[in-house]
Design a protein around this ligand. Structure first.
Ligand code: AMP
Length: 334
């Protein structure tokens, strides 16, 4: 009898240890899920599914199982949630509240590096309190996508020390809640800011000094997204510059930063580590996925993207970054 009980206990412990191990490879994302109205010189789209967590989750789902913590209103079309579920994105942390979903309206001019916000309607976000389901608290990889920095902090309060915490933000929060943004970055391992944001945050214009200031806050790695000019990474010991993919046409840059970040964190989770070598590869994966995002409006291109297409672009981008001339990739005949 006693032997049976002992065997059961050991079986339970093994299963728990296995679950814990699997948990460590999951990516937990907190951010916005939105309805976006976007205009660019190439067209426009009204109330497309978007938001920082939405883009990041789709991008990360190419690499690892994903969990979303966010809120939508009762008006959010169910089909957009079904798209996420079909990709293996778990929605147990997504709250559906009576009221209207967060809405963002933005416009880009021919210089697509800058989004001009026309309107931000917080709606159900106003009273959002992230609640992390119990089994999600030991997720190994956490991405704090762009959202109120106090909410980002509350997510960190609820998780057990993850292997990697990456954090993003935007000018809206740097202006309005600067101290809260600094606090979050102080608890992150990787900061993911664009060049304008890191200049605004650090108060210096040189990116090397700006990155230094961010590293002084706490992160081990500062990644700076530079849109069509690629991305750079700074740590105390290393510096790495990744090219962007030379696209003929950028139709809508919305979600580029979020899909870059989602792919980067997802890739690290798939590798189970965040060494400098892994982060370098992750940055190139992030750039590759972001280059697809901007080919079409909203998340349309991400939703038809395949892992093979990502791998192909990753290989091309590795070749671009090489100082030595590389053999030309053969164009596929369709
Ligand atoms: P990006 O990757 O930087 O182009 O981010 C675009 C996404 O950010 C859009 O889908 C918006 O819904 C979302 N967004 C815009 N403003 C905010 C905000 N204040 N808080 C959270 N998400 C936002």
């Amino acid at each position: 009898m006693q032997e049976l009980a002992a065997a059961r206990r050991i079986g339970r412990e093994v299963r728990d240890a296995e679950k814990e191990q699997q948990n460590k490879r999951h990516v937990l994302i907190v951010g916005s899920v939105a309805l976006d109205t976007i205009g660019t010189p190439f067209g426009q789209v009204t109330e497309a599914a978007g938001g920082s967590a939405y883009y990041a989750a789709i991008a990360a789902s190419f690499y690892a199982p994903v969990r979303i913590v966010a809120v939508v209103g009762s008006d959010f079309p169910k089909q957009h949630l079904d798209v996420l579920t079909a990709r293996g994105v778990s929605l147990d942390g997504l709250q559906v509240k009576d009221g209207r979903t967060f809405r963002w309206q933005g416009r880009y001019e021919y210089d697509m590096s800058q989004a001009h916000t026309i309107a931000t309607e917080l709606n159900v976000f106003q009273d959002f309190r992230p609640e992390i389901p119990k089994v999600w608290r030991s997720s190994g990889y956490v991405f704090l996508a762009n959202i109120d920095p106090d909410l980002q902090s509350s997510v960190l309060d609820q998780v057990n020390r993850p292997q990697v915490v990456a954090a993003d933000t935007m000018n809206f929060w740097i202006e309005g809640k600067r101290d809260a943004v600094l606090k979050v970055l102080g608890r992150a391992d990787i900061s993911l800011l664009n060049d304008a944001e890191i200049r605004q945050l650090s108060g210096v214009s040189g990116l090397v000094s700006a990155a230094r200031k961010v590293l002084d806050l706490g992160p081990k790695i500062a990644v700076i997204k530079k849109g069509e000019h690629g991305a750079v990474m700074f740590s105390r010991e290393a510096h790495f510059a990744a090219p962007s993919y030379p696209l003929e046409e950028v139709r809508d840059p919305t979600g580029a930063g979020d899909s870059f970040a989602g792919a980067l964190v997802g890739y690290l989770a798939s590798q189970g580590e965040a060494s400098e070598a892994a982060v370098r590869r992750a940055i190139v994966h992030g750039s590759a996925v972001a280059s697809f995002t901007v080919e079409d409006f909203g998340a349309a291109r991400l939703l038809t993207l395949t892992r093979d297409e990502i791998e192909q672009r990753y290989r091309e981008m590795r070749a671009f970054a090489s100082v030595e001339p590389q053999p030309r990739a053969r164009k596929e005949v369709k």
